[in-house]
Design a binder for this molecule. Structure first.
Ligand code: BGC
Ligand code: BGC
Length: 602
């Protein structure tokens, strides 16, 4: 294979080589341009769908991937080089309407179930391959140390050992047997230290020592590379000692490629090269020299090719570096079987977008029981239930970011062609006649029910929008006052209140917890909301149907400013690994409710 690659690379012009290193967004490039400019890769960004409109059908996805793949094979090169298409299927193939969406990583981390994560990786590969896509920008291996970061939900855990184990399992599942019809190429991202930036600032500075970079932030890469991950994405962030990661040759080349022996390719993040001082979105010799092989230049790809080719001719980028980058890209394409793949041959169909039972099981396993005073849970199936809260009937809120579009905020229940809300699950178990939904608890007479289930929490975000910037407090009820309001309406009527928090991270919720008899962290469960009712209710014989399985992958704050537990004396409300079971109950007394200060001092 290496000899075959050398022969191909030797026969390529500078423009063909640089084209091979270029990744453009399909919104900004046509198949004809892919052919003409010898483009090596395309992606669909978080807001990009075929036809440049949301809600593309399965058939449209198939037609688009076929057209771009065909175009790459229609160049005038002696040896045609197949295209590799990447997508952010970070919790299943979320951008495709009709695809099952799995819990985001924070929920999967709480399951501590590597076999489950492996199955989800495999199911995701099946979903993307059915649409003709080859490559997934997952898993995220961030070991988040400060939950102010609005991408904390993409992290399995603050515990490096958990990230290492689950990251490896995901890669094994997703890639399966490389080259087979059920395999997709994985991306270990974002290298390195994205989860450890100062105060959780997105694209910020990770001030860790080299020892901590290795002990904490590198652990996911050890797992993923051992599992055979073929690509690594550079991080927007910086490290204290090596500067912006897109220009950090010591870490990208000397550590990752040489010492860790990574022989796949490194892809830059979306316009990530522009993060390097002195660079632009369409040009960055320093990033390529540092070790970036495939450049995600979603929009300015044409200028990038021109400027990069010129930089090679001027000697600013050594030809050996370009040849190495192209060699790595071809190696991954060959291993992935792309050279043998007929883009017109169909693998799978729209049915492969569905993995509902698996996702529902993942939801069940990810739930963490934090409080269950008086054993109010599990509920009897014949109980009369009042359901309240803004997230009870919202596929949008339960799915979070990277769903149908980038930030996930524009979605309505009707946009999801498949899936069930948490409310649908409660109705199915308790019987629709026994369940009343009153979102704001404005009308219902609480005293006429046996129990109240309140589903509250964060609204969706993917990047930036979820950041809670220092010095703002991380108090749920300050961010979402309507949630405290709805709990105040239903509490104190002598009926048990069960609160289900849908969120992308642990937040300070002592005030909400004091108004609740039971409290469940449900993370961002995805489309299979019935997994929640599976656990909250007894079975038809009155026995426990499913006990809680989830344990915290992150410590839970006890005060409104606890975003990090790095300092000695930072005692959380619940430690890493906490989680009650029906079979192992515990009473939780009233919690202190220090009013959230207007600003945090640390
Ligand atoms: C794209 C996303 C991308 C983001 C980066 C969005 O417009 O759709 O895929 O991650 O920009 O800023
Ligand atoms: C994100 C990546 C993502 C890329 C492509 C970036 O903004 O940081 O995680 O893979 O966009 O959508």
């Amino acid at each position: 294979m290496e000899a075959r690659i050398r022969e191909i690379v030797d026969g390529m012009t500078i423009e063909q080589k640089v084209g091979q290193m270029t990744q453009a967004d399909i919104r900004k490039i046509t198949p004809e341009e892919v052919r003409r400019f010898y483009i090596g890769s395309v992606l669909n960004g978080g807001n990009t769908q075929p036809g440049d409109a949301p809600g593309a059908s399965f058939a449209q996805w198939r037609a688009a991937t076929r057209a771009y793949h065909d175009a790459a094979l229609a160049t005038d090169m002696a040896v045609k080089i197949p295209l590799i298409w990447g997508t952010d299927a970070v919790h299943g193939h979320g951008i495709v309407a009709g695809a099952t969406v799995f819990p985001h990583n924070m929920g999967l981390g709480a399951t501590h179930d590597a076999e489950l994560v492996r199955e989800i990786g495999a199911a995701t590969a099946k979903q993307v391959r059915a649409t003709g896509i080859d490559w997934v920008f997952a898993p995220t291996l961030a070991v988040v140390q400060n939950t102010r970061w609005g991408r904390s939900y993409e992290s399995f855990s603050s515990d490096p050992a958990v990230v290492r184990e689950l990251g490896a399992a995901y890669v094994e599942g997703l890639q399966g047997t490389l080259g087979s019809d059920t395999s997709a190429v994985a991306t270990a991202k974002h290298f390195i230290g994205d989860g450890g930036t100062d105060r959780g600032l997105d694209r910020g500075v990770n001030a860790s020592s080299t020892v901590d970079l290795i002990a904490i932030h590198a652990q996911g890469y050890v797992g993923a590379l051992d599992a055979g991950a073929q690509t690594v994405m550079a991080s927007y962030s910086s490290t204290r000692d090596y500067g912006k990661m897109h220009g950090a040759g010591t870490l990208l080349t000397d550590v990752l490629k040489k010492r860790m022996g990574f022989d796949g390719f490194i892809v830059s993040d979306w316009n990530g090269i522009a993060e390097v001082p002195g660079c632009e979105r369409d040009h960055c010799a320093a990033a390529i020299n540092a070790g970036i092989d495939m450049v995600m230049v979603p929009e300015k790809w044409e200028k990038f090719i021109k400027k990069t080719a010129r930089a090679v001719r001027m000697g600013d980028i050594p030809m050996a570096r370009i040849d190495d980058a192209v060699t790595r890209i071809l190696r991954v394409k060959m291993r992935a079987g792309l050279f043998e793949r007929d883009p017109d041959a169909v693998v799978g169909d729209a049915q492969d977008l569905l993995a509902r039972d698996l996702a529902r099981r993942a939801v069940r396993e990810s739930l963490v029981l934090l409080k269950n005073n008086g054993a109010v849970l599990p509920l009897r199936r014949d109980a009369r239930i009042l359901v309240v809260g803004k997230s009870a009937n919202s596929l949008r809120n339960q799915s979070g970011g990277w769903t149908l579009n980038w930030q996930g905020m524009k979605n309505h229940n009707a946009d999801f062609l498949t899936g069930d809300t948490l409310l649908a699950g409660i109705r199915e178990v308790a019987g629709a006649a026994n369940v009343v939904f009153d979102k704001t608890a404005a009308k219902a007479n609480v005293a006429s029910f046996d129990a109240v289930i309140a589903v509250v929490g964060e609204l969706p975000y993917a990047e930036m929008k979820g950041d809670i910037l220092f010095p703002a407090p991380l108090s749920e009820s300050r961010l979402y006052p309507e949630d405290l309001q709805v709990l105040r309406k239903v509490a104190g009527h002598g009926k048990p209140v069960i609160t289900v928090l849908v969120s992308g991270r642990p937040l300070y919720v002592n005030d909400l917890m004091n108004l609740s008899d039971a409290f469940v962290a449900a993370w961002l469960p995805g489309t299979e909301g019935k997994g929640v009712a599976d656990v909250l209710f007894r079975d038809a014989h009155g026995a426990i149907a499913h006990d809680f399985h989830g344990r915290l992958g992150f410590a839970w704050p006890n005060t409104p400013c606890q975003a990090s537990f790095a300092k000695a004396g930072d005692t959380p409300l619940f430690a890493l690994g906490y989680g009650l079971k029906y079979t192992n109950p515990k009473q939780l007394g009233p919690l202190a409710t220090p009013a959230a200060p207007p600003v945090c001092t640390q």
